[in-house]
Design a protein around this ligand. Structure first.
Ligand code: TRP
Length: 327
């Protein structure tokens, strides 16, 4: 029996290269070794986006398309939509009975996100319960590993605590899920900050060739390199940071030396990067187009995946209802 892995992506933005390198590519590798469950967290998108849900559907579709375009194979893993497996909501409710408010209030991301998104009213029950819903997502499949970024570690910690508390009060049903932290290269955006949908600096998988080209060719480089003849410091250039991820060792050395000696201009350096990014994006674009032209295939995969997820979730829920004294 393969060990179970579960992870989700919140439907609150279009998927970009940072998501691909930081999460999706790793998920694709895991599907051969583990019994993987991957889903779109569309309910989670409502915790911060409830006031304007107009884009959630589009984001959900973009994520699902990119799951498949990046190489997730519905024959190997279970791909589903959170809102199609109602058992997550039932478990969330039942867990809410045993979750001390203080645990939720102390999750560091709670106060941080409220501060960060001060223009939104996040003094809601749903927002406080974000990590509890996430806990339900994970433990309903009794998943052992959860591949996530370092930012999700506090959420995983509370998931473990809640699983432990349930097991202690009622019955040993839930394994404590572990974060599967992989060392990912940090993907910078076109302005040199971390690539993020909220900074307006991302290269999206849905961007076409011209858009990607425009974004790369207008990227900032080492600000000290004003003229072509000025030598630069590659470490100060976000273009070089992207080369580290997308280019071969040989090309990386060439552009580093070329930059430092003014042997190569920024435009040529960017062209090499562009070629390598295209190499990654081209097969993804091809599969995206197939799916965009045949949405029935996508709907069918999600429907079947959600049904499959539901079977596993329902098995757990029978144990939970029984343990919690329900008829
Ligand atoms: N919070 C995760 C994010 O922002 C999304 C998510 C929801 C998730 N439920 C999950 C991740 C369960 C892993 C497991 O990306």
């Amino acid at each position: 029996m393969k060990e179970r892995v579960l992870s989700g992506m919140q439907a609150s933005g279009m998927i970009h290269l940072g998501n691909l390198v930081g999460a999706l590519s790793n998920w694709v590798k895991l599907q051969d070794e583990y019994d993987c469950y991957y889903f779109v967290a569309d309910w989670h998108a409502l915790t911060t986006g409830y006031a304007d849900p107009s884009l959630i559907k589009e984001y959900t579709k973009d994520i699902l398309i990119n799951f498949l375009a990046a190489g997730l194979d519905p024959e190997k893993c279970t791909i589903f939509l959170q809102s199609r497996v109602l058992e997550h909501a039932e478990l969330h409710l039942l867990l809410s009975m045993i979750t001390p408010l203080g645990w939720l209030e102390r999750v560091p991301t709670y106060k941080e996100k409220q501060e960060e998104l001060r223009d939104k009213d996040l003094s809601t029950y749903g927002f406080l319960g974000y990590p509890l819903l996430q806990t339900a997502d994970i433990i309903i499949y009794r998943a052992k590993y959860v591949p996530v970024g370092i930012d999700q570690v506090p959420h995983l910690e509370i998931s473990r605590e809640i699983a432990r508390r349930f097991n202690y009060i009622y019955k040993e049903i839930f394994p404590e899920p572990e974060a599967l932290l992989t060392e990912f290269p940090k993907v910078v955006g076109v302005d040199g900050r971390k690539m993020s949908k909220s900074y307006g600096n991302a290269i999206f998988l849905s961007d076409n060739q011209e858009e990607v080209e425009r974004k790369i060719m207008t990227m900032v480089t080492d600000p000290a390199r004003v003229k072509r003849a000025d030598p630069g410091n590659p470490e100060r250039s976000p273009v070089y940071q992207l080369h580290k991820i997308f280019s071969s060792k040989k090309e990386l050395d060439e552009v580093a030396v070329g930059c430092a000696t003014a042997g190569i201009g920024c435009i040529d350096c960017k062209k090499i990067l562009l070629k390598n990014i295209f190499k990654i994006l081209e097969p993804i674009w091809k599969k995206r187009n197939e799916l965009i032209n045949k949405p029935e295939i996508l709907y069918d995969i999600v429907k079947k995946g959600s049904e499959r997820a539901k079977i596993t979730a329902e098995e757990t829920m029978q144990l939970v209802r029984e343990a919690m004294g329900l008829f």
